[in-house]
Design a protein around this ligand. Structure first.
Ligand code: ZN
Length: 642
């Protein structure tokens, strides 16, 4: 039995957090500095000992960065969020400094790998590669410039995210303009003293409004507001980010930032990204045009002179089509997805699949009263394997999207993996799309926990190639579409489970539009790739061009989607990774028994071959080990053409 215990968080009140963040990060950064000094001054030791010392530095630095990144996005107190930003900046800065430390590099470059086991040899290769990619082998003035660029990029990234996070916009509409929206949603949006209703660009407002509101002009106004979040402030920030990344790549000997970035991913090169984007766009073209024609025909019944489907009409008419032709009424569907039941169902389903048990810990401090903590243990032997936090509802100043955050990286005999799901879900009835998002993000969390028992922190949890990371999460979405799985928790207020026939129609409705959805995704992927290659002077014009080339919906004048596109910092030129991972996810899913998604013989093998190894092997090898063959495009192409 492991005697590891989860981290104790402070009481949520701001001062306690400030002290805790400051003290723990100061101690950890000190330990990292001392550890690095000791490595440089000690007599050369066995390679295994040096790697162990490095692992401790990695754990210390990673812990500070994780706490900083999580609490800068979720803590209710702005002062704590600011302090959290500061400590993650310090951690990254120290990591950059280590990466450029020639004496430290010499310690690793001089190691004899002969006696190392395979995992340790892989770690040494990784460490040496990271040193090389950080620029340690460049001449001194270049190293100083690299350090300067990296520090500046950290600041810019935080500024970019903060502008988006705090840049929520709203439109104000007359109460009658809410026509079409569900009654409970309308009830939750009363008019102000002037008799107007505010609709914000946050997801719980914006998504239902774009889907259900009959008023086309209001839908358009709200989409324009959503696509101007961060605009114009973030334009200059983006230009500086693109320019600095390009300079950094060139200093390190790469033609472009995407080339530098893709070197450590499955895809391998920048050019391969452009090729992949076009391959998907081509495969999606016919199904995309087929479905947009359906939307246009229906739009013309309301507006006979309409010439094209605007992006602000797409979600609305897709919903109309689903309701009228495919007999799926999202407002009926949502009566089966009460948040509390969905959360319980999610835990029951994933527990059964992966042999895990979750114990609610109402006795441990959390950063906000709506956050729930669970201990995760192996059902077979009761061994504690991690802790998770679910922070699932929106609040002011909180992260606006859905993501899994690391709190602690799991390292065998050192620390249990701990992670947080941060989402913006309603507290009552949910759209089915929200349920899918929840399963998706939980896929990351499971990967973090199940894969978080490595000897080396470098390989802990989701630390695989980044373009593989979205495969386990996208695959878990399939469980939110299975009639038998949904029956186990999706019940209406009378306790009636969702009918299998309705789920089948929902699936057909979901399949509608997947071609134009893929094209839109390739528009985003093209933005992320080409903006990094070109850093175009006119960001708005280039956005409109790429939208025309890849998306089937036109550019909305006055908007600047990249300014609010948070992935441009975090994913850089790698937004393609979602689709790359989806191709693999479809292939992985093809190994499951589609008549019984609870078939534990497959899910446990999946857990052990794909999730548990974390980053100890190349993702392509993990996939081949699970499938018994290399991964292919076939399952994805078949799904797209269906
Ligand atoms: Zn994801």
């Amino acid at each position: 039995m492991s005697d590891l215990t989860p981290l104790s968080l402070p009481e949520p009140e701001g001062r306690a957090y400030l002290a805790w963040l400051t003290d723990t990060s100061a101690a950890a950064l000190d330990a990292a500095r001392t550890g690095a000094d000791r490595l440089k001054t000690a007599a050369p030791g066995p390679a295994g000992d040096v790697l162990s010392a490095w692992n401790n530095i990695d754990i210390a630095l990673g812990g500070v960065a994780a706490r900083g990144e999580l609490f800068s996005e979720v803590h209710p107190d702005p002062a704590v969020r600011e302090q959290a930003d500061a400590i993650s900046q310090q951690a990254r800065s120290l990591a950059t400094q280590f990466g450029l430390d020639t004496e430290l590099y010499a310690v690793f470059a001089g190691l004899d790998a002969a006696d190392l086991d395979a995992d340790s040899r892989r770690l040494l290769e990784r460490v040496l590669r990271s040193f090389r990619r950080s620029g340690v082998a460049t001449a001194e003035p270049t190293r100083a410039r690299i350090k300067e660029i990296r520090d500046r990029l950290t600041v810019l990234g935080q500024q970019f995210a903060k502008t988006i996070r705090e840049g929520t916009r709203a439109i104000r509409v007359r109460p009658e303009q809410l026509a079409g929206l569900p009654q409970d949603w309308i009830d939750a949006h009363p008019a102000d003293e002037q008799g107007l209703v505010s609709i914000t660009t946050d997801y719980p407002d914006a998504l239902p409004f774009r889907t259900f509101a009959h008023d086309a002009a209001a839908r358009r106004d709200l989409l324009v507001a959503s696509l101007t979040v961060g605009y114009p402030d973030n334009v200059a920030v983006l230009h500086e980010i693109f320019a600095l990344r390009a300079e950094l790549a060139q200093l390190l000997g790469y033609a472009t930032w995407p080339d530098y970035d893709a070197e450590v991913k499955m895809i391998g090169s920048g050019e391969a990204i452009a090729t992949f984007i076009d391959k998907i766009a081509d495969a999606a073209d016919a199904p995309a045009r087929r479905d947009v024609a359906v939307l246009l025909e229906r739009l013309r019944r309301d507006h006979p002179d309409a010439e094209r489907v605007e992006s602000s009409d797409a979600a609305y008419y897709a919903e109309v089509h689903r309701r009228e032709e495919l007999d799926v009424d999202a407002q009926v569907v949502r009566t089966y997805f009460d948040f509390a039941k969905v959360r319980a169902g999610l835990l029951a389903v994933t527990g059964r699949l992966f042999g895990l048990s979750y114990t609610a810990r109402t006795d441990v401090p959390v950063w906000h009263e709506t956050v729930t903590a669970y201990d995760v243990s192996r059902t077979a032997d009761g061994e504690l394997v991690g802790r998770i936090y679910l922070d699932l509802h929106p609040r002011e100043g909180k992260f606006k999207h859905a993501a899994q955050f690391t709190l602690v990286s799991g390292v065998a005999e050192v620390s249990l993996p701990e992670g947080a799901l941060v989402c913006n879900l309603p507290t009552g009835l949910m759209e089915h799309g929200d349920v899918v998002t929840l399963f998706h993000e939980f896929g990351h969390l499971i990967h973090h926990v199940v894969g978080g028992h490595q000897r080396w922190a470098e390989f802990s949890g989701v630390a695989t190639e980044w373009d593989f990371v979205e495969a386990p999460s996208q695959m878990l979405e399939e469980w939110a579409w299975d009639p038998a799985v949904l029956r186990s928790f999706a019940t209406d207020v009378a306790g009636e489970p969702i009918p299998a026939a309705l789920v089948a129609r929902m699936r057909a409705a979901e399949d509608f539009g997947k071609g134009y959805f893929a094209r839109t995704q390739m528009f985003y992927a093209a933005l992320s790739y080409y903006l990094h290659v070109e850093n175009p002077d006119d960001l708005v014009a280039r956005t409109a061009e790429l939208q025309a080339r890849y998306s089937l919906f036109g550019y909305l004048p006055g908007t600047c989607m990249p300014a609010g596109f948070g992935h441009l910092d975090g994913y850089g030129s790698g937004y393609y990774t979602y689709m790359w991972s989806l191709v693999i996810a479809k292939d992985l899913f093809s190994a499951f028994n589609s008549h019984d998604l609870f078939d534990v013989s497959v899910s446990s093998r999946y857990r052990d071959t794909i999730l548990a190894p974390g980053g100890t092997r190349d993702a392509a090898d993990l996939v081949e080990c699970f499938l018994g063959r290399p991964f292919s495009f076939d399952a994805y192409a078949a799904w797209l053409a269906r």
